[in-house]
Design a protein. Structure first.
Ligand code: AMP
Length: 483
């Protein structure tokens, strides 16, 4: 067993949130919204609805399409307001008790919360609360929010929530539901996305715009960093309860995480990924015959690359869509197997050719190693790997599933060593400024970086209280992230 704080990856989750207010069949709409956000988490999902009298809670392991589409499940979720969450936790994490939304009957009334991101001082706050008598029923950092709301001395519910969230560090984009109000909040840096939508007058909160598209809802706007929206029968009120800070949206959402058909913070994700490919070709082109993406994550960047380089784009690797994402399988051996199940070389497009392979990122290097071997076995005469992001050299503490630093290939090898490890003729990564240029910035500002890019730079924009407290290290592996 790994002794390091992130040894078993239990901390890291990837999540999507969705909520709708004042709409018949609210839970059915949330189901559809969560289905569009399935890429943000595949392990489990939950929905909480409110029917005007009481709250109803359903939480299930598995994919939305296999669980919440059953009529009986939706019948148990009546009401015109509902929020939901889709979650991935790599291993452990306590099963259903950690599945969100979390719900509690507080002295101020029922309250449900669903959270995307990771709170970096949850363990510290949790221990403090436990010393004062709080009893936690999960190992998720999100439960901390409920306890902080429950113990707040503020009079109005909204002030209790503000009070609670002001105690937290890290990333949180969340939706909350009380008897007559739906809340949407982004942390002061706006690290994770959250948008406001509208379905024929019913307000919606969703992690990404793709969830609005599939139900025919209109995009209203992104919530701003540090903004709280308070949605009641009377309308939508916006407040900025936290100390103002310069926003630092997660740049990895553009590289990999968000769906390409989403618009995030005013930018279309697919468009950014193509521009990333263009920058990559400008920075590190090499003579070759064909550009081949590692599907699906490398496709838009490979299109941009091939257009910029004037080389043919071919699907030289075919992906089997009925296999989950390889990266997030729990054990190394399964992860290896997953890669074989997932991709197959399309020999006709590769044989005898100098191939430029494009993928979005290298994490442990497992995927690249397998893919390169496969492409060579299919007869490529040269294999050049081009990566559509800088080397991933630091762990994410804000809700994206990355392994501990020691397992990141780029944290222990130079680029030449990585090239040797994955057996390519050449390897190049996009520069950090190239990534910023693709996102519409002239370069990365050294004084005030425009994004959170901690996974590439190690520059963490918030305190990491739980990590910094040495006595927390042992317990960290017990506390799951929120996703
Ligand atoms: P690895 O095999 O560990 O190097 O993983 C690299 C592959 O995982 C790339 O093809 C990425 O598309 C994908 N990937 C990168 N980051 C993540 C993540 N946080 N969750 C799931 N997959 C990821």
């Amino acid at each position: 067993m790994d002794e390091t704080p992130f040894g078993d990856d239990t901390l890291h989750e990837e999540c999507g949130v969705f909520g709708i207010f004042q709409r018949a069949d609210a839970a059915a709409v949330v189901t559809l919204g969560l289905h569009a956000l399935q890429h943000r988490g595949q392990e489990a999902a939950g929905i909480v609805s409110y029917d005007g009298m009481q709250f109803h809670v359903e939480r299930h392991a598995g994919l939305i399409g296999d669980t919440f589409t059953k009529a009986a499940v939706l019948e148990r979720l009546p009401g015109t307001a509902a929020i939901g969450h889709t979650r991935y936790a790599t291993t452990g994490g306590g099963g259903l008790r950690n599945v969100q939304p979390f719900f509690a009957e507080l002295s101020a009334g029922g309250f449900a919360v669903a959270h995307n991101g990771n709170i970096t001082n949850a363990m510290t706050v949790q221990r403090e609360l436990q010393r004062r008598g709080s009893i936690f029923s999960s190992t998720s950092d999100t439960e901390t929010i409920l306890h902080l709301v429950a113990t707040s001395g503020a009079r109005m519910f909204v002030d209790k929530l503000i009070d609670a969230l002001s105690r937290l560090e890290g990333a949180f984009s969340l939706v909350g539901l009380s008897a007559n109000t739906m809340f949407g909040v982004r942390d002061p840096l706006g690290i994770r996305p959250l948008v406001l939508g509208d379905l024929e007058g019913a307000p919606i909160l969703a992690s990404e715009t793709c969830a609005l598209d599939i139900i025919g809802a209109e995009f209203v706007r992104d919530l701003e960093a540090g903004e709280m929206v308070v949605i009641t029968e009377d309308g939508i009120e916006s407040v900025f309860p936290f100390q103002a800070r310069r926003a630092r949206f997660c740049i990895f959402e553009y590289v990999y995480f968000a769906r390409p058909d989403s618009n995030v913070e005013g930018r279309n994700v697919y468009d950014i990924r193509k521009k990333i490919g263009i920058e990559l070709a400008k920075e590190s082109h090499v003579a070759a015959d064909v550009v081949v993406p590692v599907p699906d994550s490398g496709v838009p960047a490979a299109i941009g690359y091939s257009q910029e380089a004037g080389l043919p784009f071919e699907l030289g690797i075919i992906r089997n869509h009925y296999v989950g994402r390889t990266f997030i399988q729990p054990t190394d051996s399964i992860r290896h197997m997953g890669v074989k199940l997932k991709h197959n070389a399309n020999r006709k497009m590769i044989e005898g050719k100098r191939v430029i392979l494009v993928d979005d990122s290298i994490v442990r290097g497992t995927t690249s190693q397998k893919i390169v071997r496969m492409v060579r076995e299919a007869g490529a005469s040269e294999v050049h790997m081009r990566i559509a992001s800088p080397p991933t050299s630091a762990s994410c503490f804000y809700g994206v599933d990355t392994p501990e630093k020691a397992k990141l290939l780029a944290s222990r090898m130079s680029i030449e060593e990585m090239a040797e490890f994955i057996q390519v003729d050449s390897l190049a990564f996009l520069s950090i400024d190239g990534l910023y240029r693709a996102c519409g910035e002239a370069s990365r500002s050294k004084i005030a970086p425009q994004f959170c890019d901690a996974c590439f730079t190690g520059d963490y924009p918030t305190a990491l209280t739980d990590q910094d407290g040495a006595d927390n290290v042992r317990q960290l592996s017990l506390l799951g992230g929120a996703g």
